[in-house]
Design a protein around this ligand. Structure first.
Ligand SMILES: C[S@@+](CC[C@H](N)C(=O)[O-])C[C@H]1O[C@@H](n2cnc3c(N)ncnc32)[C@H](O)[C@@H]1O
Length: 230
């Protein structure tokens, strides 16, 4: 597979995730030194969903994120276009739907909140995905994006790009079912937007009150926004 870039073919992306579905959860935990669990917990807190609300967890993969968000008591729907990933999470007791983020088979204004955890950077063009999320969110509803980010402190950013991301494919090799896919993932992490740029894209897509919170020295960030009109 070629370099990640930010211009990705959806068919290749779905196929790649089908290929890593087996063992995805375990490799992800190894790759993040177990921090992934903490990042999803923090996403649940920022999402602040409540019983009676409907939450769309887009790019849910094996639904590992969806079960975490369902702990809030809200009704949480896992959506993903990789059938392999959805099947990998078959034992997770949350509703699931096969869906492409750019053409969601869901009604306008139907969710109190939409969230994407480690999925947005695979969606190109990003503004179109953000606009489709806006369409299915109720006026006044929330968007929470948990995504890899660019550490703001320069020495940390250097270490992250030149040491951590270079080592990642080597560290994950013994655990993953698809080594090239993890090389791709490391490249997509390096190439992704910084927090300010993503905030601007979210706002340009029609969301308001956009803010972000850096997690773990800014290796990951949570972006939060509201659909106007609530
Ligand atoms: C890194 S996994 C994240 C899974 C999960 N949310 C988590 O917290 O680990 C990214 C997921 O995004 C999905 N994805 C990427 N582009 C998508 C699109 N256009 N529509 C639906 N799902 C997409 C992939 O199939 C994959 O399952």
């Amino acid at each position: 597979m070629s370099r990640a870039g930010l211009d990705k073919n959806p068919h290749d992306i779905a196929e790649m995730f089908d290929g890593v579905a087996k063992g995805y959860d375990r490799t992800n935990s190894v790759m993040t030194l177990g921090f992934d669990r903490r990042w999803r917990e923090q996403t649940r807190r920022v999402l602040d969903a409540a019983p009676g609300e409907a939450v769309l967890d887009l790019a849910a993969g094996t639904a590992v994120s969806t079960v975490e968000y369902a702990r809030s008591g809200a009704w949480c729907l896992a959506a993903d276009f990789s059938l392999g990933m959805l099947r990998g999470g078959a034992s997770r007791d949350v509703p699931k739907v096969a869906a492409d983020a750019f053409h969601l088979p869901l009604r306008d204004n139907s969710f109190d909140a939409v969230t994407v955890t480690f999925g947005l950077r695979n969606m190109s063009p990003t503004p179109a995905a953000l606009a489709e999320m806006l369409r299915v969110t109720k006026p006044g509803g929330r968007l929470v994006i948990c995504e890899v980010a660019q550490p703001p402190f320069r020495p940390i950013r250097w270490l992250y790009h030149h040491v951590v991301l270079r080592m990642l494919p080597l560290v994950t090799k013994p655990f993953s079912s698809n080594a090239p896919a993890y090389r791709y993932l490391a490249e997509s992490m390096r190439d992704w937007h910084d927090q300010k740029t993503l905030a601007r894209m979210i706002s340009d897509a029609g969301w308001q009150d956009v803010e972000w919170l850096n997690l773990t020295l800014g290796v990951v960030a949570l972006h939060r926004a509201v659909r106007p009109g609530g």
